[in-house]
Design a binder for this molecule. Structure first.
Ligand code: 13P
Ligand code: SF4
Length: 329
């Protein structure tokens, strides 16, 4: 639901010339008592100006604990929505409301509800990359950081529906020995990495380790040396003695990888179509530093969540945060 927002979904106003936009953002942040949270897939410029950069779980954890009155979530819509669901009393902004997610779009709430009804008595576990309406139909939310542990917190024989990412679901089934019923959704960025091109790249860089996000197809995951969330891939690369890595996830993560490991080499995994920058998430990249400035300056576009939906959606998110806190994730 969009209220009092720019019809375009972002403010198409050029940033004032001759101003230090980074300094302005920092001043506006103080004026508004705001915090800027950014996902690893944002541009380097946005990551560098943010108060905190993290994966989906960390962004939700930060939103839940901040004392700031305003949260600017530099990420995609579901990330802003999750922050708003957790903090209804705060104002939450996303620099461009058009920043959607193909995975969340692959699971419309009305169709997911029908699916759940055809398989009653199943526990419903949903990936955080979903709309508030899908979360409202869910028993517990997971992210790529805690999906395995949360699934394993249920007895082995528990019948489970897992949605919407079939690749993550298949991966969790394979490592936990479960047979969760999967929704047939996927992310258009992670689905397009080319196995053949990665194998070719490995021939040229025989020492390189392959790091892959679990949203990738199983053929890519089978070849990976480490599989995990964006935060986990970053941690692995930082602690590894290895010097070269091929990275099969959105290429924005390379900014922080390179920053933390200036001596190491990070190669973005190639997409099937070599004529496009398909390993960049077009939704994530809609946010720009100018839109971030405008959003703090004019306090829009803002995230709103219907209160009835919010009350239902907050329960499975809080459950996820409770389990994650117990497991120190
Ligand atoms: P992470 O939670 O691992 O950062 O993943 C978010 C995402 O959208 C992956 O495409
Ligand atoms: Fe969604 Fe894929 Fe973009 Fe992640 S990379 S935000 S899953 S579209």
């Amino acid at each position: 639901m969009v209220e009092n927002n720019s019809p375009a979904g972002f403010l198409n106003i050029p940033a004032p010339q001759y101003t230090d936009i980074k300094k302005e953002i920092s001043n506006l942040k103080k004026e508004r008592n705001a915090i800027i949270l950014a996902h690893y897939y944002q541009t380097g410029e946005i990551q560098d100006i943010a108060d905190f950069v993290g994966d989906s779980l960390a962004l939700a954890q930060w939103a839940a604990k901040t004392t700031a009155e305003v949260i600017v979530l530099c990420g995609v819509h579901f990330m802003g929505e999750t922050a708003k669901i957790l903090c209804p009393e705060k104002r939450v902004f996303v620099p461009d409301l058009n920043a959607g997610c193909s995975l969340a779009d692959s699971c419309p709430a009305d169709e997911f509800e029908k699916f759940i009804k055809t398989h009653p008595d199943r526990t419903v576990i949903s990936y955080v990359n979903t709309t508030a309406a899908v979360k409202a139909l869910t028993d517990v939310v997971v992210t790529s950081t805690n999906a395995r542990q949360i699934v394993e917190s249920f007895p082995l024989e528990t019948p489970i529906i897992f949605g919407p990412d079939k690749n993550l679901g298949n991966y969790i089934n394979s490592i936990t020995g479960r047979n969760m019923l999967l929704w047939n959704g996927a992310c258009h960025v992670h689905e397009q990495f080319s196995l053949e091109k990665i194998i070719e790249l490995k021939k040229v860089h025989p020492g390189a380790l392959l790091l892959a996000h679990p949203e990738c197809k199983s053929v890519i995951l089978k070849l990976a040396d480490h599989i995990g969330s964006t935060a986990s891939l970053l941690k692995f690369a930082t602690h590894s003695d290895n010097n070269e890595f091929i990275v099969a996830t959105e290429s924005g993560i390379l900014h922080e990888m390179q920053k933390k490991n200036p001596g190491k080499i990070f190669i973005p995994a190639p997409p099937n179509d070599s004529t496009c920058a398909c390993n960049e998430c077009n939704f994530m990249r809609l946010n720009t530093i100018e839109k971030l400035y405008n959003c703090l300056k004019y306090e829009m576009p803002e995230i709103f969540v219907d209160e009835e939906v919010r009350k239902k959606a907050v329960k499975p998110i809080e459950k996820m945060l409770e389990i994650s806190a117990k497991l120190k994730l």
